[in-house]
Design a protein. Structure first.
Length: 363
């Protein structure tokens, strides 16, 4: 099968398109033929060493790609409820289930995103040498992390399920119902946080964007008020002035020192910051966190939600099926795997390409 492989080297020299062996699924696993795979900002953060810890941690060579829609083409022994031909998406997190061992304390309560054995699994899909990822024609997934796509949901809409599931998990952590909410950043994750906050009952939603086209998307998807740097607006000042004392809850969806500082500024006393964006080392003055008694929550993945006895993937797919969210405007660019350099360029230079979700399509 064809696969885009990263050897850990600098971008773009570290990548090569290769023919690699297609693996058959073991017991409790399935093989999936990739139809669409998105390029995640975290992938590029690793490749460009913005996330140096993860770049060093991951085994190499490796095949990225964890935002995936595909068709099951082989089913391993012991798999029930999934059949060849099923159209599916996958939860990319890896845990004890993938290792076939007794669940650790985190996996036992459904928080497999925080599995104590992640150093061994290396991640479920897109971050594991054994399983591969969506930057290839086929990959392997454990049966517990595979979700059938409802008939009424298109492949293109289902491609946005993984980032929407991140938004669902983030909203369970932040609880936007009845609150004034700010979302900093209007890339794919920021826009899905906006949609999840709206569905989960936020009172007012303020969105800070960098580019004009992102502001237009945020307005289309239900933001109450949008502040755009490209239009000469100052989001942190505007949100503070317009709310009077700041917002109750801020979702940071960029992953930078400046945007974390902005989140601290615009969140009112006793408020919450849900840090969804990922960044490496940073220098932050924590004085205002103390003085305002702010709480900062880290976010990683999309674990089972005991409150509703469901997973964020289940919830995201239900929202897509019932039309509660609009994923269509988010998929902006689609390329063949052979066009990976152009695809990465579109992902990296959002201003030039006006890109939101960039994806590979396999015919």
């Amino acid at each position: 099968m064809k696969a885009l492989v990263w050897d850990g080297g600098p971008f773009p020299e570290g990548f090569s398109l290769k023919d690699v062996e297609k693996k058959s699924p073991a017991k409790n696993w399935v093989s999936i033929k990739t139809k669409l795979c998105g390029i995640c900002g975290s992938d590029m953060g690793i490749i460009k060493r913005k996330l140096a810890f993860l770049a060093d941690f991951l085994p190499k060579p490796i095949i990225f790609g964890h935002e995936i829609v595909g068709i099951i083409d082989e089913v391993g022994e012991g798999v029930e409820g999934l059949e060849v031909g099923d159209r599916v998406t996958v939860d990319a997190a890896g845990g004890c289930a993938e290792l076939g061992v007794e669940p650790c304390d985190m996996c036992r309560i459904g928080m497999y995103n925080l599995c104590y054995n992640q150093a061994v699994t290396g991640g479920g899909v897109g971050y594991s040498q054994n399983n591969g990822g969506g930057f290839a024609e086929y990959f392997l997934a454990h049966r517990s992390k595979v979700y059938k796509i409802p008939d009424g949901v298109s492949n293109e809409d289902a491609l946005l399920t993984e980032p929407l599931a991140t938004g669902v998990h983030s909203c369970f952590v932040g609880n936007p119902a009845g609150k004034k909410v700010a979302v900093i950043g209007a890339g794919t994750i920021g826009l899905q946080l906006l949609q999840a906050s709206r569905v989960m009952g936020a009172d007012e939603i303020y969105v800070a964007t960098e580019f004009e086209y992102q502001a237009e998307l945020a307005e289309k998807l239900g933001a109450g008020k949008v502040y755009c740097l490209e239009r000469g607006e100052l989001p942190s000042l505007g949100i503070t002035v317009d709310t009077g004392r700041g917002v109750d809850l801020t979702f940071e969806a960029v992953g930078s020192e400046q945007t974390l500082r902005d989140a601290i500024t615009i969140t009112k006393q006793g408020g919450d910051i849900v840090f969804v964006g990922m960044m490496g080392e940073a220098t932050i003055d924590f004085t205002m966190i103390n003085i305002k008694e702010l709480t900062i929550h880290g976010i990683y993945g999309y674990p089972f939600k005991a409150e509703v006895v469901r997973s964020p993937f289940d919830i995201a797919l239900e929202w897509e099926e019932k039309g509660k969210v609009n994923n269509k405007p988010l998929l902006s660019h689609v390329y063949r795997l052979e066009e990976w350099k152009e695809a990465f360029e579109a992902q990296l230079d959002k201003k030039k390409h006006k890109s939101t979700k960039v994806a590979f399509r396999y015919e």
